[in-house]
Design a binder for this molecule. Sequence first.
Ligand SMILES: Cc1cc2nc3c(=O)[nH]c(=O)nc-3n(C[C@H](O)[C@H](O)[C@H](O)COP(=O)(O)OP(=O)(O)OC[C@H]3O[C@@H](n4cnc5c(N)ncnc54)[C@H](O)[C@@H]3O)c2cc1C
Length: 442
Amino acid sequence: MGKDINKFIEYEAFGRYPKIYPKNAIKINWIDELSKIKNLDKYLPRGYGKSYGDSCLIEDGTLVDTTNLNHLISFDKESRIVEAEAGVQFSTLLDFLLPNKSFLPVTPGTKYISIAGAIANDVHGKNHFKKGTFGNHTLEFELLRTNGEILTCSPTQNTDLFNATIGGLGLTGVITKAKFKAIPVSNPYMYVENIKFKNLNEFFEVNEDSEQDFVYTVAWIDSTAKGKSIGRGIYNRGNHTNPNLHKVPENEGGLPILPFPFDYPFINNLSVKAFNLLWYNKQIKKKENVIAHYNPFFYPLDGVNDWNKSYGKNGFLQYQFVIPTEKGKVLLPKILNDISNSGLSSFLVVLKTFGDIKSPGMLSFPEPGITLAIDFRMDGEKTLKLLDHLDKYIVELGGRIYPAKDARMKAEHFKLFYPNWKEFLQFKDPNITSAFWERVMK
Ligand SMILES: Cc1cc2nc3c(=O)[nH]c(=O)nc-3n(C[C@H](O)[C@H](O)[C@H](O)COP(=O)(O)OP(=O)(O)OC[C@H]3O[C@@H](n4cnc5c(N)ncnc54)[C@H](O)[C@@H]3O)c2cc1C
């Protein structure tokens, strides 16, 4: 009997490519129910599926959905140490932390991810150069292995397994709960400056300057720009507000969530060009400053529900790489030029730099350098060929691609980018696998 794909449609990845569905899925409601995994010979723990590609997918196996493990366990007001079950969402944590004048130490561009997903992909945010990854703030977690062992892992207990699980793509066991340390803030508002830059040289100048006085930095760039304008865009830098310096609104303003109503290929060459032009020109002044709620600052894309449908049923791929800064500066214009000429890129192109805070994660993605994240609509061979072409630059520069966003990197490249993969194999749970892992281990 074939698989009932519709039954598992909710278990697509965020990019909706590739279309790989599990044989079965089980939802865990209580930590005790996790004993069910003893009977599974091929499975993968799963959060909210906000990974773009196949690292959260499994073929002919079982997805063990841990999103119902969604209870906060404890919070120590003095130390700001939070303990929460694996499936607790960052959005829930924020709702709880802000009234306690605290904030997440590191957050990606969506708040709809689980704490276990944040550990398994060792996620980074706009403050990598100051705070490292989520793994740098993870104090402890509990890991359940298929053989029934329940292990507490921390920098001092089961240290190797702790390091293998941070950025370990869910392959070392099921995380049941975790502890991390939050940071102090006064309120939900951010002091933000937006700076328009004309090209990549200007980006690097603004970036260097910003890293002195700002904790969060990121730039949006126009991927359709050509010639002297290559790499133009808008730089976004911010800090949590200081009540002695900044006047913040009394009523907490959020972000209205708009639905994306179509499952239709809304994104094409024309709409992308038009969007980029409008976005770049929406800011007239060279520099603007605003007091913004944390939602639009950290999570602008969460403001449109199901925006991933805008690429149509074939879905899309995100390509995120990091390359060493000095060599990267030389080749980046060429990379952007090839992307611009391909006509396949979209409006979601993000450029930032990673700092040198080392994560404990054995397979963690961030390294010091320049990181670029670009969405490409899935146009079959055309898209895959372009990405194969871009891989050559990443290999030449000694960079690497982010597994959380990937759906197609070659096995030989994964092994080159992540030389610790052999050491990692000792810690992998033998019954856990993913479509990503099977692909890169070939
Ligand atoms: C709009 C958007 C913006 C993003 N921005 C960023 C960004 O700025 N920086 C960044 O780093 N990432 C970013 N991401 C990627 C996202 O943060 C990661 O993919 C994250 O891991 C997703 O968490 P999840 O709960 O959805 O997990 P899933 O995608 O479901 O799973 C992710 C991994 O976690 C494992 N896992 C899940 N639950 C468990 C468990 N209980 N035990 C063990 N392993 C488990 C899975 O096996 C899988 O390997 C972004 C994603 C989106 C959609």
